[in-house]
Design a protein around this ligand. Structure first.
Ligand SMILES: NC(=O)c1ccc[n+]([C@@H]2O[C@H](COP(=O)([O-])OP(=O)(O)OC[C@H]3O[C@@H](n4cnc5c(N)ncnc54)[C@H](O)[C@@H]3O)[C@@H](O)[C@H]2O)c1
Ligand SMILES: O=C(O)C(=O)C[C@@H](O)[C@H](O)[C@H](O)COP(=O)(O)O
Ligand SMILES: [Zn+2]
Length: 366
């Protein structure tokens, strides 16, 4: 068992990682239940794992009630937020209770946001069931739904009380979602850890095919990296946490063009966005072209998109820039970008000329 603390003063919590942990989830959940019925929110594709968690709770004498939502990005919506908060209120959830978010990043983001506003804030536990959620979204307390204007625009910082990660649940995850989650794994290498990028180049194929050791290593390494950055800059105010947004300004714009749908998964958008961020950095003379080519080649090799066209998006630079203007990093009318000086050399550049980015996007798509 690996336990990684997320050190945030009064909001500190542990991320516990162990293969097979789901069947023992009650060891951690029962003490949080206060002898009351626990609400578990999940989606229709996670029902086998819901059964494992509920059986564990029943055996420990804890009653539970499941709320099962439709799968997919469109569940991060006002309509689902209303439905979920109504159901949680019907169940009588109190401020001191802990709602369980059992699912991928969609369930984690929606449940976390619902819990941040329910009775002005109740507790929640993340039990992530996708690779993406295990390496990224379950840790750090960013919660949100999408709005007509864009991605994650309605949300709150609300930290979970605990994160329980069982890598075995990934055995039922479709390979496309494993690949998409892998984009957020390799992101940590590209941010500030060139050795880890090298590890990714060697082990990505095994990880995607289901190698348990590779998955465990990637999950623990990613969580430790995210916990360190979140502890340094919980609310993305100093610039440290913004590094976790590498590839996301481009990626969210591509996702918006795809209508936040299965046409382009979040991790796929991030992969294309990271390739664009490295490509643009090279075009600006900030990073060696060879590094940008190496990033794109790695993404292609494992079946992830390495740019706008590969992501299936035909929008021009102007259209993509219009989406980017909704980015939450916008500051006094300017949009900072995560660029790179080389592999592992990501930095926040506040002096990017949007006309230059537009021209790069048009050229890259041609
Ligand atoms: N809060 C954050 O810090 C953060 C970080 C990264 C991404 N995100 C958000 O996370 C979301 C993407 O998350 P995701 O990639 O996990 O997508 P997701 O939650 O839609 O899950 C992907 C698919 O896998 C299914 N699924 C989940 N677990 C399964 C399992 N064990 N077996 C079989 N099927 C399973 C789901 O039903 C869904 O169809 C995006 O909305 C993104 O914005 C948030
Ligand atoms: O935790 C963070 O900080 C991240 O940026 C992680 C990202 O992978 C994640 O997609 C996040 O939700 C994006 O944040 P946003 O502020 O751009 O919505
Ligand atoms: Zn992301």
């Amino acid at each position: 068992m690996t336990t990684i603390p997320v050190s945030l003063g009064a909001r500190s919590y542990d991320v516990v990682i162990e293969a097979g942990l789901l069947a023992r989830a009650a060891d951690w959940l029962a003490p949080l239940s206060r002898g009351r019925r626990m609400a578990i929110v999940t989606d229709e594709n996670v029902l086998p794992h819901l059964a494992t968690v509920q059986a564990a709770l029943t055996a420990a004498g804890v009653a539970s009630e499941a709320i099962v939502l439709p799968p997919g990005e469109s569940t991060k919506s006002w309509a689902m937020l209303e439905h979920l908060t109504d159901r949680l209120l019907e169940l009588g959830v109190e401020r001191g209770d802990h709602v369980v978010a059992l699912g991928g990043g969609v369930i984690g983001d929606l449940v976390g946001f619902a819990c941040s506003i329910l009775k002005r804030g109740c507790g929640f536990v993340q039990i992530p069931t996708t690779l993406l959620a295990q390496v990224d979204s379950s840790v750090g307390g960013k919660t949100a739904i999408n709005s007509k204007a864009g991605k994650n625009l309605i949300g709150a910082f609300h930290q979970p009380a605990l994160v329980l990660i069982d890598p075995n649940v990934l055995d039922t995850l479709a390979e496309r979602h494993v690949r998409a989650g892998y984009a957020e794994v390799v992101k940590y290498g590209l941010i500030d850890d060139p050795d880890f990028f090298g590890w990714c180049e060697t082990h990505a194929a095994a990880l995607i095919e289901g190698d348990a050791d590779a998955r465990l290593y990637a999950i623990a390494h990613s969580v430790a990296a995210k916990a360190r950055i979140v502890a340094e800059d919980e609310r993305e105010t100093t610039g440290a946490r913004a590094l976790l947004n590498l590839g996301h300004t481009f990626g969210h714009a591509l996702e918006a063009e795809a209508g936040f749908s299965d046409r382009l998964l979040h991790g796929e958008g991030v992969a294309a966005g990271m390739a664009l961020a490295y490509g643009y950095s090279a075009a600006r003379g900030l990073a060696p072209q060879g590094d940008a080519d190496r990033v794109a080649a790695h993404l292609r090799a494992i079946g992830l998109p390495d740019g706008t066209a590969a992501a299936g998006i035909t929008a021009d630079g102007e259209t993509l820039i219009a989406h980017m203007l909704h980015d939450k990093k916008m500051d006094a009318g300017t949009l900072p970008f995560l660029l790179a000086r080389g592999i592992g050399g990501t930095f926040l550049d506040k002096s990017v000329d949007l006309a230059d980015v537009r021209a790069f996007l048009d050229q890259a798509a041609a």
